[in-house]
Design a binder for this molecule. Structure first.
Ligand SMILES: NC(=O)c1ccc[n+]([C@@H]2O[C@H](COP(=O)([O-])OP(=O)(O)OC[C@H]3O[C@@H](n4cnc5c(N)ncnc54)[C@H](OP(=O)(O)O)[C@@H]3O)[C@@H](O)[C@H]2O)c1
Length: 247
């Protein structure tokens, strides 16, 4: 129960790492605003069941992170509840099939930055105002090992590296308000995104990590729980690599 009494906003909760983070947060006692792209009765039923099983409140919220207005509307809805937000997890992300910059349209580069960087910054701008009033909070971004080694397309690697720079500066700006800002940088993880490589590329990627396997979404989620919980209260401005020892 590392997050007992806390309320979190988590993006991209319908699948992959975001879904594992939602489940781990609820298991650890948090109430959650579970943000996903569009209305989905199946997801609502899943949240209701998870809520009944755990006794935690889970409120589905909808926002297409490609569009600023919908992010703003989602935050308005969250703020109407007047609940103080303790933890924000900026999880959503997109990647594109392996290609070279020379072959990539700039629209794709911009869209990738919008989803992987700008949307999280905008959400942080809006939610951190609530955290600043309450003089506490933990914000966690999901970056990627590609930020360090260029293991994915230019637009993906660059946007994930920019997240780490943003975390460094945000930690300084928000530290005086008792708000911590960190990132996790997963290596190849078994989700739709992590399973989308060709067999050949995947074999190369796995040969470069010490544990010679993909991460499980739950293994990323556990680290996010740690960074959201008070037990990491002296950790800020950091990026925790969770990549099986990528070399
Ligand atoms: N899996 C890996 O190997 C790996 C490695 C390093 C870092 N990461 C990072 O981990 C995070 C989670 O990825 P994942 O592996 O769980 O991938 P995933 O299974 O593909 O899930 C991606 C999530 O992002 C959401 N999303 C994408 N574009 C969106 C938009 N415009 N508006 C709203 N939601 C949007 C998706 O929603 P929809 O379902 O509606 O599309 C989905 O919930 C990402 O930031 C990713 O870059 C993943």
């Amino acid at each position: 129960m590392l997050l007992k009494g806390k309320t979190a906003v988590i993006t991209g909760c319908n699948r992959g790492i975001g879904k594992a983070v939602l489940e781990a947060f609820v298991k650890n006692g948090a109430d959650v605003f579970a943000v996903i792209r569009k209305e989905n009765p199946e997801f609502e039923a899943y949240c209701k069941k998870l809520s009944e099983e755990s006794g935690r409140e889970i409120v589905p919220v909808y926002a297409d992170f490609g569009r600023e207005e919908t992010i703003k509307d989602a935050v308005k809805e969250i703020m109407k509840t007047k609940k103080p937000i303790d933890v924000l997890v900026n999880n959503i992300g997109m990647s594109n099939p392996l290609s070279q910059l020379a072959m990539t349209k700039m629209d794709i580069v911009r869209e990738t930055f919008q989803v992987n960087l700008f949307s999280g910054l905008y959400l942080t701008q809006l939610i951190s105002k609530n955290m600043m009033r309450n003089k506490k909070g933990s914000i966690i971004f999901v970056s990627s090992s590609a930020a360090f080694d260029g293991g994915a397309n230019v637009e993906y690697s660059a946007s994930k590296a920019a997240v780490i720079g943003a975390v460094k500066r945000l930690a300084i700006e928000l530290g005086n308000f008792g708000i911590r800002v960190n990132a996790v940088a997963p290596g190849l993880t078994a989700t739709d995104m992590g399973n989308s490589m060709s067999e050949e590329d995947e074999a190369i990627a796995l040969s470069m990590n010490i544990m010679k396997r993909k991460g499980r979404p739950e293994e990323i989620a556990d680290a996010v729980v740690f960074l959201g919980a008070d037990m990491s209260s002296f950790i800020t401005s950091q990026t925790l690599r969770i990549d099986g020892g990528l070399r």
